[in-house]
Design a protein around this ligand. Sequence first.
Ligand code: SF4
Ligand code: SF4
Length: 316
Amino acid sequence: MIHGSSTSPIAFQWDAWYASVGGRSIHIAEVDEYLKQIRDYQYPRFTGEVNPQKTLFASNQEASQFIRNSARSLGADEVGIAMIEPSDVYKGRVIHEPFAIVVGQKMLWREFQGVPNERSATECLRIYFTLGEIVIALADQIRSLGYACTVEHPIGDSDVLHVPLALKAGFGELGRHGSIIHPKMGPLFRLGSVITNMPLAIDAPIDAGIAKFCDTCKACRIYCPADAIPDERSNEAGKDHLGNDRYMVDTGRCFPYFAKDHYCSACLAVCVYNHKEWARDFEGFTTKLFPDLQLKEAPEPVDPDAETHWYPLRKR
Ligand code: SF4
Ligand code: SF4
């Protein structure tokens, strides 16, 4: 049993944040349909019977390789495994399985040619749905092998923090915009996890010079319409997996914009990491390297009364 550390952030208070900006105002038929499918079709499939007969592997390495192959055959673009520590669990939450299998899936760059807009918003939800299918199917496979597991869906009320787990599992490094940058997928992907008691060999974090790249590049900070991304790392924000002070986005500035303008994502689309090598389209679609930005004036910052995770108030 692993209890969230007293210094962990609390789970994101979606209702309180939306209430603070006057409620949900993004209505796109395809997005609403994905949300309905996730709620009605995916949530009921989070649990299942564990096979009383355990399949044993020759080693934890072999078990991990089996899981990696399974996740990739289900459609994952990246898979990594990490040991869960209390700091990876939200404050006040308790989990029962020690290994996290973190799964990533790319969003299609061709849907981010203009941001923020209906296409970019819909692509975010499409990937939440397809990633949900992957973690649900992977959990079913793990239960059929005789091991308990829990689905930590990419959207909604997760008990674990996907980002620090993915960093430990070697997905990449934390960018200035607060999202992970993967050496090949760049920042344009989403994460989900399955946590399990199946004994697994864990992956190692990477140092590919990405965090250093962010120290000289400020594209996301320059284009963020809400001025939520900082100039400097903050020694109050905790350390990333490489021991760097973290860049900390001002959530009270980001959220009102995100909630009003198609889940924004401008900071991901403008990210120029590795000269946008990650944005190449290998399926023959013609895409621009830099998106058209359709940014609006930012609403006033908000800070809901409910308890929230710590974040700096930028230039308030
Ligand atoms: S999502 Fe938009 S508002 Fe939020 S940090 Fe990124 S660019 Fe800024
Ligand atoms: S735009 Fe530049 S500074 Fe921002 S996350 Fe990407 S590489 Fe880092």
